[in-house]
Design a protein around this ligand. Structure first.
Ligand SMILES: [Zn+2]
Length: 375
């Protein structure tokens, strides 16, 4: 049976919904058609000319990257300029390009969870959940239509709480309404007297980004001309989307030993850090990619060390106490090194769901950044 890019997208949406991506981001299908069939797909952190050539040589129909190629609007699609020429090249070769970026950063078992696992952390959780990401949807449904409406909202992802799905709460009551002129009421007739109906009040949690689709499905299954519902803001955040990850090393170790492990496990010849190599670390916060903005979050959960990338000079002072001591060690592993395991993460995840497709990790190191070791 042939699989399309659209079907791959549908599966990925379950894990890392586009709606959970940062507002500045550009994720999903960037080049090609959702209806295109895929038998071979190349996975890379970044799109580079080497990766484009690799995809062409292996006759892949699709490339999935973590970092989006098309980020800023293109003014032309020609063979001049790196981004434009690669986009043209892929389109001419009939190769689709799909990006899964900050939505995979935000996903449970996504980029940061994988970084945490690579570093040997245990009991991994989000460093912080995605704020304002959940709403409570309350629907009022006539009793004999409740199953249809419940199934409809579940089918669009409502009612997910952690690893549980199809979670809801309901109880019965009496509703009243008086149909106005020109209405098509569920009970009674237009301009008729007040009616009363036995209804069920159905409550489900919904991720904010799934709400439009859940409401569409509910409207389709609900028998009323005017669907009665409330959308209520809740304080708790969606449990399956967040920022970074935090966990524990199996036993406390010296920071210096940990730094060596970071270098070895992330295949990094050298890393920048702040901290005392003789201090002890066990609780480790991480964020794949540029995570300097979350230093405060890591500090707040009392991590002993925070591993991320793209930390600028002045941010290192954020972890310095009034006496000049480093209160939480900071490690910059390099952007590529903190995310490279995303390639194998995607290959393994996709191979499990679509074994009929050949999933191939690029053989290229896509980062142009290198570390010079003095000779
Ligand atoms: Zn990144």
């Amino acid at each position: 049976m042939s699989i399309t890019i659209g079907q791959i997208d549908e599966a990925l949406q379950e894990w890392a919904p586009s709606g959970s991506a940062q507002s500045y981001d550009n994720v999903g299908l960037q080049i090609g058609r959702m209806t295109a069939e895929v038998t071979r797909c190349l996975i890379a952190l970044d799109l580079t000319p080497d990766v484009v050539r690799e995809a062409q040589e292996m006759n892949a129909e699709c490339v999935i990257t973590h970092h989006p190629l098309l980020f800023r609007p293109l003014k032309s699609l020609t063979d001049s300029g790196l981004v434009s020429s690669m986009a043209l090249n892929l389109a001419e070769s009939g190769i689709g390009l799909y990006a899964i970026h900050t939505n995979l950063d935000a996903a449970r078992d996504g980029v940061s969870f994988e970084l945490a696992r690579t570093l040997g952390l245990e009991r991994i959780e989000f460093l912080s959940r995605l704020e304002g990401s959940t709403v409570k949807l309350i629907l009022f449904v006539p009793i004999d239509h409740i199953d249809g409406v419940r199934d409809a909202v579940f089918s669009r992802g409502a009612g997910k709480i952690g690893k549980y799905s199809e979670c809801s709460f309901s109880h019965g009551g009496t509703a009243t309404f008086k149909p106005g002129e020109g209405t098509k009421p569920f009970e009674g007739e237009a301009s008729g007297p007040r009616e009363s109906v036995n209804e069920i009040r159905l409550e489900v949690e919904v991720a904010r980004w799934a709400l439009p689709s859940v409401l569409d499905a509910a409207r389709e299954a609900h028998p009323y001309e005017e669907m009665v519902h409330d959308i209520v803001a809740v304080e708790q955040d969606f449990r399956n989307a967040g920022i970074g990850a935090v966990g524990n090393l199996p036993a406390p170790i010296k920071l210096g030993v940990f730094l060596n492990e970071v270098c070895q496990k992330l295949e990094n010849p050298g890393i920048r850090y702040a901290g005392n190599p003789d201090s002890t670390v066990q609780k480790v916060a991480v964020c794949g990619g540029a995570g300097a903005d979350f230093i405060g979050l890591a500090h707040r959960v009392r991590a002993d060390v925070y591993v991320t990338s793209d930390i600028s000079y002045h941010r290192y002072f954020d972890v310095m106490g009034s006496g000049g001591d480093i209160e939480m060690a900071l490690v910059d592993t390099g952007h590529y090194e903190s995310e490279r395991m995303t390639e194998s993460l995607l290959v393994v995840w996709l191979r499990e769901r679509f074994p009929e497709i050949e999933w191939i990790r690029t053989k290229h190191r896509t980062s142009p950044v290198q570390t010079w070791i003095a000779t």
